[in-house]
Ligand binder design. Structure first.
Ligand SMILES: NC(=O)c1ccc[n+]([C@@H]2O[C@H](COP(=O)([O-])OP(=O)(O)OC[C@H]3O[C@@H](n4cnc5c(N)ncnc54)[C@H](OP(=O)(O)O)[C@@H]3O)[C@@H](O)[C@H]2O)c1
Length: 308
């Protein structure tokens, strides 16, 4: 087991709740904050940590502050909102207090899938307060979080990464420092472009096979082990065929992620036509009210096109 640290975990959603649980299981002293307080209390009663009323309170005395909320605006709220980490930054707010405790390891780790610009901005704000920052978006889904088997893509300084890594290790199977602040988020964008391609390919292939009158469960058996195999085909193929989507990675989250890709692509002058196409299918799914369904629900758009 790694040295026991005091960790703050902010955002106990589908991902954060089990991730914080793994920190407690690994022997760390965990202080949690969740916007909906009842979830933090439930977590503390299950895991024996401390439920706190604000992010700043959770961060009190922490060596590592881990954040896993929705998107850019939510991270900003955690930093700059009422009771936020950076509130009264110049008058001994939580970040200044972290730096003042003299621990070289004080570092904020953002697991939220957010923009690379935000990561660069937060790295600067934390640096000005004397605290480290690592952007560390995750991949592996809720099942990966529950199993403690996430892939974590990091951006930041080597020293801050080294301080955070043993803590992140509690719920990860792979942790990679890719480059400076923002590189974790940009890597997650690469990850999401790859996922978009896999989802779009699976949806088009399954709808095509159905229209050809094939038994698609047999087709999946035939193709999943070959060169066309993918995580999505293995883990979502059968549920796509049986039209089940009430689980998994929500359409709204995937649409948010591809929006981040498009913004960054525009900044870089990169071409991402595949991302735009999948984003369009996700937008149609949002219009159809499938917002919280797994992103593979886009196969329904192919089926609708066929019927019309
Ligand atoms: N789910 C996945 O499979 C998956 C996979 C990889 C990456 N991610 C990314 O991981 C992040 C979290 O995903 P999730 O599935 O855990 O989401 P989720 O279940 O919707 O949970 C979001 C959490 O953030 C909190 N939150 C949202 N806005 C907030 C705000 N303004 N201030 C304070 N807290 C706020 C929510 O609090 P309440 O309880 O009060 O709502 C909740 O605890 C997202 O960036 C997502 O894109 C998710």
């Amino acid at each position: 087991m790694a040295d026991s640290k005091t960790c703050a975990f902010i955002g106990l959603g589908n991902m954060g709740y089990p991730m914080a649980g793994h920190l407690a299981t690994a022997g760390h002293n965990v202080r949690v904050f969740n916007r909906t307080a009842a979830k933090a209390e439930k977590w503390a009663s299950e895991h024996g940590g401390t439920a706190c009323a604000t992010p700043a309170e959770a961060a009190t005395g922490a060596d590592v502050v881990l954040v896993c909320v929705g998107g850019d605006d939510d991270v900003r709220q955690v930093l700059y909102g009422d009771g936020g980490l950076a509130e009264d930054i110049k008058a001994d707010g939580a970040l200044s207090a972290l730096a003042a405790q003299g621990s070289e390891s004080a570092v904020v780790v953002d697991h939220t899938t957010a923009s690379a610009n935000l990561a660069r901005e937060l790295a600067e704000a934390c640096g000005a307060a004397g605290v480290g920052f690592v952007d560390a978006p995750i991949s592996g889904g809720q099942a990966g979080a529950e199993a403690g088997q996430l892939s974590v893509m990091c951006g930041g300084d080597q020293g801050h990464f080294d301080a955070a890594q043993p803590v992140i290790d509690s719920y990860a199977k792979a942790i990679t420092l890719v480059g400076p602040a923002g590189a974790g988020q940009t890597t997650k964008m690469v990850n999401q472009i790859l996922c978009a391609g896999a989802i779009q390919g699976a949806a088009e292939a399954i709808a095509f096979g159905e229209q050809a009158g094939l038994d698609m469960n047999l087709v999946l058996q035939a193709v999943t082990q070959g060169a066309a195999g993918s995580w999505y085909l293995s883990n979502r193929g059968e549920t796509m065929v049986s039209d089940e989507f009430d689980f998994g990675f929500a359409v709204d989250w995937m649409a948010k992620d591809l929006g981040l890709v498009s913004d960054e692509a525009q900044r870089l002058g990169a071409k991402t036509p595949l991302t735009s196409m999948t984003h369009g299918y996700l937008a149609e799914s949002q219009e159809a009210g499938d917002n919280r369904m797994d992103a593979t629900v886009i196969v329904r758009r192919y089926r609708e096109q066929r019927e019309s």
